[in-house]
Ligand binder design. Structure first.
Ligand code: COA
Length: 279
């Protein structure tokens, strides 16, 4: 990637103090971007910003809960004051946990949907109004999940919210194109981060069985996701509109193909099948 791919671009990354948000912040900064971070907790935001500054980059932080539209608006204004107008928004902040759906409380469903879907709307609306008012182009990247279109048991609220995030991405990719605003999404498969794996992959057995089912035979890395994200938000991706890039080592297709479980058949069973013994 060109080392100045994001030179001078101000990128607002929600949930940018930890995990995938932090990885994107560091990568965008290494490509010349100025990084505007927000999240609920001051400490990880400060740590990420300091890492960027120590490497010679520029970063600003502001705390908010993306569920609160007034706080989101205040954060946007503070970040613009610190770094100048925003060029890029990454809606990365998320909430998720495993839970049998019959045990999921209304408040639990609400918490996840309000972070993931409403939070994405609040930030996108604030950035979109900022771009339309100042007649500046903008690029939005939303982080979905591979189950956005299949649904998934045990993460019902997240599945509902991520489907909504893709609907938002595609709706506004068309509606706001006339304002020079692009929206795209990445649907990542499992990428180890403390926040996600402590909630979604709580045992070693679970970890190993998931890993084995990924055609690439490994989990993704935050750095790989950050590279893809940099391409999508940069001018190099300017013809991508309303796209959802699946990024999962082939895991989604592995689960979808009708006969893919035959990967687990031992050679002797194949031999028996070939001889017409019916396995
Ligand atoms: N299983 C079942 N219900 C759960 C739960 C779990 N593991 N974790 C939280 N809930 C429920 C709570 O019981 C509560 O419902 P109740 O009032 O009916 O009891 C509701 O969810 C809200 O919980 P609370 O902890 O008050 O919410 P919060 O707003 O402080 O936190 C969460 C939001 C729940 C999404 C929390 O996990 C979080 O902050 N996550 C952010 C980081 C994250 O999830 N990263 C992973 C991204 S993949």
């Amino acid at each position: 990637m060109a080392p100045d791919l994001l030179a001078g671009r101000v990128a607002w990354i929600t949930g940018g103090g930890t995990g995938l948000g932090r990885a994107m912040a560091l990568r965008f900064a290494s490509l010349g971007g100025k990084i505007a971070l927000c999240g609920r907790r001051q400490e990880p935001l400060d740590e990420t910003a300091q890492t960027i500054r120590d490497a010679g980059g520029e970063a600003a932080v502001a705390t908010c809960d993306v569920r609160d539209p007034d706080a989101v608006q205040a954060v946007l204004e503070s970040l613009v004051e610190q770094l100048g107008p925003i060029d890029i928004l990454v809606n990365n902040a998320a909430g998720n946990f495993l839970c049998p759906s019959e045990e999921l409380s209304p408040n639990g469903f609400d918490a996840v949907v309000r972070i993931v879907l409403h939070g994405t709307f609040h930030c996108t609306r604030a950035a979109g109004r900022h771009w339309i008012e100042t007649k500046r182009p903008g690029s939005v990247l939303n982080i979905a999940a591979t189950y956005w279109n299949t649904g998934s048991g045990f993460v019902l609220a997240s599945a509902c919210a991520k489907a909504g995030v893709v609907a938002l991405t595609r709706s506004l990719a068309v509606e706001w194109a006339r304002h020079g605003i692009r929206l795209n999404a990445i649907a990542p498969g499992p990428i180890p981060t403390e926040g996600a794996f402590s909630r979604l992959m709580p045992s070693d057995a679970m970890l190993e069985s998931r890993r084995r089912k990924i055609p690439a035979q490994r989990f993704g890395t935050p750095e790989e996701l950050a590279d893809l994200a940099a391409f999508v938000v940069s001018d190099a991706g300017s013809w991508m509109r309303g796209e959802v890039v699946t990024f999962d080592g082939g895991e989604w297709l592995r689960g979808a193909g009708e006969f893919n479980d035959l990967l687990e058949l031992p050679p002797e069973t194949w031999e028996a099948l070939r001889k017409g013994a019916g396995g």
